[in-house]
Write a protein that binds this ligand. Structure first.
Ligand SMILES: Cc1ncc(COP(=O)(O)O)c(C=O)c1O
Length: 439
C-alpha cells in the first residue's frame, strides 16, 4: 500500500506494538538505543506503517539506509528474482557474477582513480572499516592509525578503537586495538574561543603535523588517517574543504593512507556519490555500507589502484557480497543514476534553505548544516553562547514521532534529517511543517 501523508490513529504505542515491545524487552539485548517506541510493520517510499496502522513519514531512512526508499519495486523485484535462483554461495570460496559485477561498478565510482581499484565486499559499516584498517596495516607495514574525536566508525573491536563518539560505547571494552591516536575534528560551529573556522581548521591540521608527529607518534609509523567527510553520529558536522586538502597533504608527505569513512555520507546521500567529492580530495580507501543496498546488509571497502595487493587468505568473510545484497545494490545504483542522486541534491537544498528560514523564527535552532539529504539542526538553549540542549533535542524528536514524523538525534544535541533519496518536495514540506510544530 502506498501512503501520501502521516496518519496517527491510536495512542502511541498502540496495542499491537505494545505486544512486540513486551516481547522485545523480554528477549532482545538491552544494549540497543531506541529513542521512541516505533514498531514497524511495512514500508513504502518515505513512509512506515506501524503494527497498529499508524503511518509515519520516515526522515531517518532506517538510519540512512533505505536510499531508494522503503521497498522500492525495482529493488524488491531484483531480490525476489535472485532469491529464486541463488541465495548464497560464499564469495570467499567460490565465484558468482553478481559480486564481480558490483565490484566493477563500485571501483568505477571511485573518485580520482576511476576503474583502477578493487573492492572487498562486507556485511556492515564496521566490517568495511575493519577491512580498511587491516589493509592499511598490511600495505604500509606500519602499526599506527590517526582518528578523530567525535568520530563513529562502528562497534567491532578495530572500528571501536578508532571511534571517539560516546563513552558508553567503549566503557568496559578495553583493551581495544592499540596504536590509535585521536585528534580534534574542526567543527566550524563550535570553535574554541577566539578562533574562526579557518583558524580551527589550521589548528587541527597543525595538531597532527606539529604536535602529534613531533611528540607522540612518528609519522613513519602511521599507516592511515581515517576520517568521516561529514561526522555522522558525531552530529552531522561538515568541516571546511581545506581540512581535507590539508589531510591529503599530510598523508602525501609521509606515505600515509587516507581512509574516508563514507558509511553514512556515501552512496548519493549528499547529492554526489561520495561526500569527499565535494572537497576535491582523492582518498586512498573508501568505506561504504548503509545505503548501498537499500536495506540489505552490504558494505564495501574500495581501495585505489595499487593498494589492494594483499595475499590470498589475508582477509575474507562468509556472507560479504551475498548475491541478494549485490542485486539490491545494483538496482539501487541504477535508481541513483536515473535521478535519485540529483533529487537528493535538489530536495536537500530545499530542506536546508527552509530549515535555515525556520532558524530565523526559532531561537532554539542554533545551526543548520549539511550537504544534500544529510542535514542537521543543532538545538541550543542560548543561541549566543551556543549552549547545547540535549534534553530539549530529545523532547523534539519524541514530539515529532507522536505527530507522525520519524527523526533521530546525532551528536549531543543535533537532529538529523536523512530521508530516502527518493523523497518528494511535498514530503519535505510535510516534514518541515511537523518539525516546526514541535518547536
Ligand atoms: C560513519 C560510520 N561508520 C561506520 C558505521 C558502522 O556501521 P554498522 O552499524 O553498519 O556497523 C556507522 C554507523 O552508523 C557510521 O555512521
Amino acid at each position: 500500500m502506498a501512503f501520501l501523508h502521516p496518519h496517527i490513529k491510536t495512542k502511541l504505542p498502540g496495542p499491537k506494538s505494545k505486544r512486540v515491545l513486551a516481547l522485545d524487552e523480554k528477549y532482545v539485548s538491552p544494549s540497543y538505543t531506541r529513542s521512541y517506541p516505533l514498531v514497524a510493520k511495512s514500508g513504502r517510499g518515505s513512509f512506515i506503517e506501524d503494527m497498529d496502522g499508524n503511518v509515519f513519514l520516515d526522515f531517518t531512512s532506517g538510519i540512512a539506509v533505505t536510499a531508494s526508499g522503503h521497498c522500492h519495486p525495482r529493488v524488491v523485484k531484483a531480490i525476489q528474482e535472485q532469491a529464486a535462483k541463488l541465495i548464497h554461495m560464499s564469495g570467499t570460496d567460490f565465484y558468482y557474477p553478481q559480486q564481480a559485477e558490483l565490484a566493477k561498478r563500485l571501483v568505477n565510482l571511485f573518485p580520482g582513480g576511476k576503474g583502477s581499484g578493487k573492492a572487498f565486499l562486507t556485511n556492515s559499516g564496521a566490517e568495511s572499516v575493519e577491512a580498511a584498517l587491516k589493509l592499511a596495516r598490511w600495505v604500509t607495514k606500519r602499526p599506527q592509525i590517526i582518528s578523530f574525536l567525535g568520530a563513529f566508525h562502528g562497534r567491532t573491536m578495530g572500528a571501536l578503537s578508532v571511534t571517539g563518539s560516546k563513552i558508553t560505547q567503549k566503557e568496559r571494552f578495553f583493551p581495544l586495538v592499540p596504536g590509535v591516536t585521536h585528534v580534534p575534528y574542526p567543527d566550524p560551529y563550535h570553535t574554541p574561543k577566539g578562533m574562526t573556522p579557518d583558524d580551527y581548521t589550521n589548528f587541527c591540521l597543525d595538531w597532527i603535523s606539529e604536535r602529534i608527529f613531533k611528540t607522540i607518534v612518528p609519522p613513519s609509523e602511521v599507516a592511515a588517517i581515517i576520517v568521516e567527510p561529514i561526522q555522522g553520529e558525531g552530529g552531522y558536522i561538515v568541516p571546511q574543504n581545506s581540512f581535507f586538502k590539508g589531510l591529503r597533504k599530510i598523508c602525501d608527505a609521509h606515505g600515509i593512507l587516507l581512509i574516508v569513512d563514507e558509511v553514512q555520507s556515501g552512496i548519493g546521500r549528499t547529492g554526489k556519490m561520495f561526500a569527499i567529492e565535494h572537497t576535491g580530495v582523492t582518498p586512498d580507501i573508501i568505506c561504504i555500507a548503509k545505503g548501498i543496498a537499500s536495506g540489505l546488509p552490504l558494505g564495501a571497502m574500495i581501495a585505489r589502484g595499487s593498494i589492494m595487493h594483499w595475499t590470498t587468505g589475508a582477509h575474507a568473510n562468509t556472507f560479504g557480497g551475498n548475491p541478494l545484497a549485490c542485486v539490491a545494490a545494483t538496482a539501487t545504483l541504477d535508481l541513483l543514476d536515473e535521478g535519485m542522486m540529483k533529487n537528493a541534491a535538489k530536495q536537500g537544498e530545499y530542506l536546508m534553505k527552509n530549515l535555515q528560514g525556520m532558524m530565523r523564527r526559532h531561537s532554539e535552532i542554533g545551526d543548520v548544516r549539511g550537504r544534500g539529504l544529510m542535514v542537521g539542526a543543532e538545538i541550543v538553549s542560548d543561541r549566543k553562547r551556543k549552549t547545547r540542549a540535549p534534553k530539549r533535542r530529545n523532547d523534539i524528536v519524541d514530539k515529532a514521532f507522536r505527530k507522525g514524523l520519524l527523526l533521530l538525534g546525532c551528536g549531543p544535541n543535533t537532529i538529523r534529517f536523512a530521508p530516502p533519496l527518493s523523497v518528494t518536495r511535498a514530503e519535505v514540506d510535510m516534514a518541515l511543517k511537523i518539525f516546526e510544530a514541535c518547536l
